[in-house]
Design a binder for this molecule. Structure first.
Ligand code: NAP
Length: 330
C-alpha cells in the first residue's frame, strides 16, 4: 500500500504521442490480414525509435478468431525490438467491461490473460469503458479489480477510458481511498470530436487531478487526413461516417490545408499537432510504415496560438461532428 506522500506519483511517464493499434487484428472495420504483420512490426520499430513509445491496445481488439491479436502482435514486436528507447516502451491495454465480468477477480484474471498474450507485464491497464450508462452497479467491483492489479505490482499504472468528469471524480475518490493514482484518461478527441473538452471540461479536471488526457481517434478514423473526397469514400461503416461528415467539413479541411502548406506539413500532421497543442497525448492509429512516418512528423514543432484559435473556431462552427462513443459518460 502506498503512503499518502507517494499517492500522486504515478510510476509511469508518458510520451508526447502514442500509437493506436485497434486496426491490428481487426478485419471487419479495418481490413486487417496477417500479411500486414511485417509492415506493422516496422510501424512499431519506427515509432519506438522516434520516441513514440506508448502503444494503446485492448483485450477486445481483434475480430472473431483474431481476438487478442493486437496484444499478441505488440508483445512479440516489443520482445524482438532491440533499438533505442527499448526501456521506454509502454504498452497500455484496456480491459473490457463485458457483462460477464462481474467480480474484482474477473478483472485480475483478465489482466493476467492480457499479460500472457503480451508475453510481458502490462505497463498501463485501463478500464475500457464505464458501465454507468447501463449497469452502474457492475462497475465498482471491476474498478476494484483494476486497482488490485496495481496493488499486486502486476501493472505500473492504472487508467480509464470514455469517462466524463462526474464519473472520473467518483473513481478518483474510490482509488484515492486505496492510495492508487490514476495515470491517464482516454477519450475521443479531435477537431471533429471536441465534446469531451469543450463541453465536459475534461482537460481542466484532469489537470486538477494530475491525470494525463489521451486523445483517441485524433484523425477521426481518417477523415482528418484529407485523403477522402466525395468521389472517394472508404468501404463499410467508415464510408457511412464519411458520407455524413465530409460535405459539412470543407471549411475545416481548407483551413487545415492552408496551415499545412504554410508550415510545410501535411493535413494529418496539423490535425495531430492540434491535439498536442491542446495538452493531450494523441494516439493516431497507423496501418503502414508510411502512415506512421507521417504521423511522427506531428512531433518536434507546435501550432501557434493564432493557428489553434482559427482551427477551434471552425471546429466549433461545424453542424455535424463525430458521434460520441455510446459508453462515454458525463
Ligand atoms: N478507448 C476507446 O474506446 C477507443 C476507441 C477508438 C480508438 N481507440 C484507440 O485510439 C487509437 C486511434 O484511433 P483510431 O484508430 O480509431 O482512429 P484514428 O487514429 O483517428 O485513425 C487511424 C486510421 O486512419 C488511417 N491513417 C492513419 N494515419 C494516416 C495517415 N498519415 N494518412 C492517411 N491515413 C492514415 C489508418 O486507416 P486506413 O489506412 O484504413 O485509412 C488508421 O488506421 C485506436 O487504434 C485505439 O488504440 C480507443
Amino acid at each position: 500500500m502506498q503512503t499518502s506522500q507517494t499517492f500522486s506519483l504515478s510510476k509511469l511517464s508518458l510520451p508526447t504521442m502514442g500509437c493506436g493499434t485497434w486496426a491490428w487484428g481487426n478485419r471487419l472495420l479495418w481490413g486487417y490480414d496477417e500479411s500486414m504483420d511485417g509492415g506493422l512490426q516496422e510501424v512499431f520499430n519506427l515509432c519506438v525509435q522516434n520516441g513514440v513509445t506508448l502503444f494503446d491496445t485492448g483485450d477486445s481488439y481483434g475480430t472473431g478468431k483474431l481476438n487478442g491479436r493486437s496484444e499478441q502482435l505488440l508483445g512479440s514486436f516489443a520482445q524482438a525490438y532491440s533499438g533505442d528507447n527499448k526501456n521506454e516502451i509502454c504498452i497500455a491495454t484496456k480491459l473490457a467491461a463485458y457483462p460477464w465480468r462481474l467480480t474484482r477477480n474477473s478483472m485480475v484474471a483478465a489482466g493476467k490473460a492480457s499479460a500472457k498474450r503480451l508475453g510481458r507485464d502490462i505497463d498501463l491497464v485501463q478500464m475500457h469503458w464505464s458501465t454507468a450508462n447501463y449497469a452502474p452497479w457492475q462497475e465498482g467491483a471491476l474498478l476494484d479489480g483494476l486497482a488490485d492489479l496495481y496493488e499486486q505490482g502486476l501493472v505500473k499504472g492504472v487508467g480509464l477510458s470514455n469517462y466524463g468528469t462526474k464519473r472520473l471524480r467518483w473513481v478518483h475518490q474510490r482509488f484515492r481511498d486505496r492510495g492508487i493514482p490514476i495515470t491517464s484518461l482516454q477519450v475521443q478527441y479531435s477537431l471533429l470530436s471536441t465534446y469531451p473538452v469543450t463541453e465536459l471540461g475534461l482537460k481542466d479536471v484532469c489537470d486538477e487531478l494530475g491525470i494525463k488526457l489521451i486523445a483517441y481517434s485524433p484523425l477521426a478514423l481518417g477523415l482528418l487526413t484529407g485523403k477522402y473526397s466525395e468521389n472517394n469514400y472508404p468501404q463499410g461503416i467508415r464510408g457511412l461516417v464519411c458520407r455524413q461528415l465530409l460535405p459539412g467539413m470543407k471549411s475545416l479541411l481548407q483551413c487545415l490545408g492552408e496551415i499545412a502548406v504554410s508550415r510545410n506539413k501535411s493535413i494529418s500532421q496539423v490535425a495531430i499537432n492540434w491535439c498536442i497543442a491542446k495538452g493531450t497525448i494523441p494516439i493516431p492509429g497507423a496501418k503502414s510504415v508510411e502512415q506512421a512516418r507521417e504521423n511522427i512528423g506531428a512531433l518536434g514543432w507546435i501550432l501557434n496560438a493564432g493557428e489553434v484559435a482559427e482551427l477551434d473556431q471552425i471546429a466549433a462552427s461545424l453542424k455535424k461532428k463525430m458521434v460520441q462513443n455510446i459508453f462515454q459518460t458525463q
